[in-house]
Design a protein around this ligand. Structure first.
Ligand SMILES: Cc1ncc(COP(=O)(O)O)c(C=O)c1O
Ligand SMILES: N[C@@H](CCOP(=O)(O)O)C(=O)O
Length: 464
């Protein structure tokens, strides 16, 4: 399996290459050269696999030529060994035909662990094999950061620097990152938004001197391995509900567009995915695109679902690449124009191809609280604000006879104020995080300035 950039860099790259590279040299995102497809019989055979073995089977088509199936099975077994639920991603019917797929039973209580725990194993494997060291710089609106820190803390092969937008995460989210004391971890609170943090990461990749000096790598969903590792849970849920002999729809609370893109990719691989419903908070650029063909940037407004306070959804570029029939020049021009003008409107035919598969719904904070309250009163289901938005989007797009699976992306205890306000319940953190509020925090505060952030990363890795 080889990979190519959405912006035209055509030099063939293997899975291990793109795992460590993160972002293509031309600023584009890596995509598999062709979509691997499974037959109906092959999907059926996967029904009996455990979650780790299923993940290994799906990943093996993306790592072909680099990492074999038995090795992947070992890495996946290790990755999911620490999850607190035996099913790893349990599926529960919360309303008629509407299912919650809980993705928050990993160590940091959000869906990010599902992929990040595996990335931790994959990086260790490839870096050991190549006898190499890398520096991971990541941007987080709250959840990716702690998942990455947990997956990579203490590794002798890499250093990690995580940029979060100062004061724009929940306190639990911030403390999950800043109370980790391992020497290879650096937390930076950036005076700006998540988009500023994400732009800083991309600017570091564009700064060739810096990129090479620190051997820069990424674990945000710009890294294809993150998307690949998010595909298995969609497969698992669909198989449990009758696929490949029955269609299944998914609803996903969406920000950087990585999670829903994994569901879409499962469809490209032959899984009968019918509809994909995205839910957004008031930072609704994706919803406006899917309902009005209007992708115009507005100032980011803080919300009760801070992990989705995002304007520039990195992975939209991967969908755009597909919608443009994999024309890298058109994709590059469209993305550059979007960043220059702050808005994007695509040809009607292209837009219709997107809306043929995707639905979208925006919920502001009041509507989110109302959804959380109603859910709890009607079905006793305690949802975090992100998940509640996904559930509302899923209910709206639900069709008779077609199961609708909602990605439950975070544990309610990550957002206790919102949950308590909506339901009166004060969700408790699991025992391993019980002392979180007593632990010492450690982080730098920096303005949104590339040189200062690069200097901090250089110091962290001993280059300054
Ligand atoms: C809890 C939670 N829900 C939803 C999202 C949105 O997911 P994505 O960025 O993959 O669209 C995020 C952040 O990524 C998140 O942390
Ligand atoms: N919501 C995310 C934002 C980054 O998303 P990613 O999937 O690209 O890592 C977060 O919680 O950090």
């Amino acid at each position: 399996m080889q990979y190519r950039s959405t912006r035209g860099d055509t030099s063939p790259r293997s899975f291990s290459d793109i795992l460590l590279a993160g972002l293509a040299d031309d600023g584009g995102l890596y995509m598999p050269e062709t979509w691997p497809r499974f037959s109906a019989e092959q999907w059926r055979e996967m029904r009996t696999l455990s979650y780790p073995d299923l993940a290994a089977r799906i990943l093996s088509v993306f790592t072909a030529g680099c990492i074999d199936l038995p090795t992947l099975q070992t890495l996946c077994a290790r990755a999911y060994a620490g999850f607190s639920h035996a099913a790893i991603a349990p599926l529960t019917e919360i309303e008629n035909g509407l299912f919650s797929m809980e993705l928050f039973h990993g160590p940091t209580l959000a869906f990010k662990d599902m992929a990040m725990q595996l990335l931790g194993q994959l990086f260790e494997h490839v870096l050991t094999e190549r006898n190499q060291r890398v520096t991971i710089v990541g941007a987080t609106s709250g959840d990716t950061g702690s998942a990455a820190i947990e997956a990579f803390r203490g590794s002798p092969h890499l250093s990690v620097a995580i940029l979060h937008p100062m004061g724009r995460t929940s306190e639990v989210q911030r403390r999950q990152m800043t109370t980790v004391q391992d020497a290879n971890i650096l937390n930076i609170a950036v005076e700006g938004t998540f988009d500023d943090c994400q732009d800083l990461v991309k600017a570091m990749f564009a700064d060739t001197g810096f990129r090479k000096a620190v051997n820069l790598s990424a674990v945000n969903s710009i890294n294809w391995a993150r998307i690949a590792a998010q595909i298995p849970y969609y497969v698992r849920a669909a198989l449990m509900l009758g696929a490949p002999d029955r269609e299944v729809s998914f609803a996903v609370p969406t920000g950087n567009f990585g999670n829903v893109l994994a569901a879409w990719a499962a469809g490209e691989m032959g899984l009968p995915v019918r509809r994909l419903a995205i839910g957004s908070n008031r930072n609704d650029i994706l919803t406006r695109f899917l309902t009005e063909n209007d992708m115009s940037m507005r100032a980011v407004a803080p919300s009760l679902s801070p992990s989705m306070d995002i304007q520039v959804s990195s992975n939209f570029e991967r969908l755009l690449f597909e919608l443009l029939d994999r024309d890298p020049q058109a994709c590059r021009d469209t993305m550059l124009a979007f960043r220059q003008n702050g808005r994007m409107r695509v040809d009607d035919a292209v837009w219709r191809r997107a809306t043929a598969r995707f639905d979208a719904l925006m919920l502001d904070d009041d509507a989110t609280l109302a959804e959380m309250k109603t859910l709890f009163e009607r079905s006793g289901y305690l949802a975090d604000p992100h998940t509640a938005i996904g559930i509302a989007a899923g209910r709206k797009a639900q069709e008779p006879g077609i199961p609708m699976v909602v990605a439950a992306t975070a544990h309610p205890a990550k957002f206790p104020e919102a949950v308590c306000k909506a339901t009166g319940i004060d969700p408790t953190l699991p025992p391993h995080l019980a002392g979180l509020f007593d632990r010492e925090e450690r982080y730098d505060i920096l303005p949104n300035a590339l040189t200062l952030v690069e200097d901090a990363v250089r110091r962290h890795v001993g280059l300054a």
